[in-house]
Write a protein that binds this ligand. Structure first.
Ligand SMILES: NC(=O)c1ccc[n+]([C@@H]2O[C@H](COP(=O)([O-])OP(=O)(O)OC[C@H]3O[C@@H](n4cnc5c(N)ncnc54)[C@H](OP(=O)(O)O)[C@@H]3O)[C@@H](O)[C@H]2O)c1
Length: 256
């Protein structure tokens, strides 16, 4: 894709992986619309990107779990920069609990943010893309979907990521007919606020996490391939982080 002058929406763009993606796309001349809930962080990130020049950045406060916020995000983008050429679905939250201790409200939060947020936003932009016979939809899913069984304390988080990955794989094939490219990113454990909140991660392990720029490289690769090719899935996994190995710990509590 010829990037300068294109329009991109990036969700979860005020911090972490999404911020790094927005900054690199803007540096490549793309006009970027950044979405996240917290206005102050969003404003700060938008100002940083605009200071560097090239593509313009606009922030839209948005909870991807709310339909009206998603509609406002798409409408504001169209008014400011025109139709969406690139959608980067990235906003996500983690939830690390033993299942029997996980609060019920965590389930709703995960479904609305990490699953419905992606599916609904795609639905809101897809008909414009179909009409224009072009568009790229890039989605941060998770390397945890490569682990079977899914990690012990991430049952709901990872199973929703599995469902999302299946949905996106199906979408790839149906959108291919319309000239739209759908790519799923499966990153390993990456240095961000999300990982700094995880339990059971040592200082040494946290120093070995992937840099968000590595995930940005995946996005830029997806956008750089010729028009007649599309990476369906890209997986880049930690090479040196023991914490990510798919162990099933034995913690059986026997009846006395
Ligand atoms: N970090 C990893 O190791 C890793 C690995 C694989 C996949 N992923 C996936 O990559 C994505 C980004 O993760 P990250 O590590 O960059 O996370 P992060 O550093 O915690 O950043 C999350 C971003 O999403 C926004 N956000 C959270 N909930 C939102 C909501 N309901 N509506 C709109 N924005 C929301 C946050 O801003 P506000 O809180 O202000 O809304 C923030 O900008 C997630 O989908 C995650 O599952 C991460």
């Amino acid at each position: 894709m010829d990037l300068p002058g294109k329009t991109a929406v990036i969700t979860g763009a005020s911090k972490g992986i999404g911020k790094a993606i927005a900054a690199r796309l803007a540096a490549s001349g793309v006009n970027v619309v950044l979405a996240a809930r917290t206005q102050a962080t969003l404003d700060q990130t938008v100002a940083e990107i605009n200071e560097r020049g090239s593509g313009k950045a606009l922030g839209v406060a948005c909870d991807v779990g709310k339909m009206e916020d998603l509609e406002n995000l798409v409408n504001t983008t169209k008014s400011a920069f025109g139709p969406v050429d690139i959608l980067v679905n990235n906003a996500g939250v983690t939830s690390q609990f033993a299942f029997n201790e996980q609060p019920f409200e965590e389930f709703e939060k995960l479904v609305h943010t990490n699953y419905l947020g992606y599916v609904r936003l795609i639905r809101l932009v897809i008909n414009d893309m179909i009409e224009r016979k072009q568009g790229a939809i890039i989605n941060s899913v998770s390397g945890s979907t490569l682990v079977d069984p899914i990690p012990r304390d991430f049952l709901v988080y990872s199973s929703l990521k599995h469902g999302l990955r299946k949905f996106l794989k199906g979408l790839f094939w149906s959108m291919r007919d319309h000239g739209i490219k759908v790519t799923t990113l499966l990153p390993g454990v990456t240095d961000s606020d999300l990982t700094s909140s995880l339990k059971d991660i040592t200082q040494e392990q946290s120093e070995r996490l992937m840099d968000p720029e590595t995930v940005v490289d995946m996005v830029m690769y997806a956008l750089s391939v010729p028009v007649n090719a599309c990476p369906l899935e890209l997986a880049v996994i930690n090479q040196q982080t023991p914490w990510t190995k798919p162990t099933i710990d034995f913690k059986q509590q026997l009846a006395k």
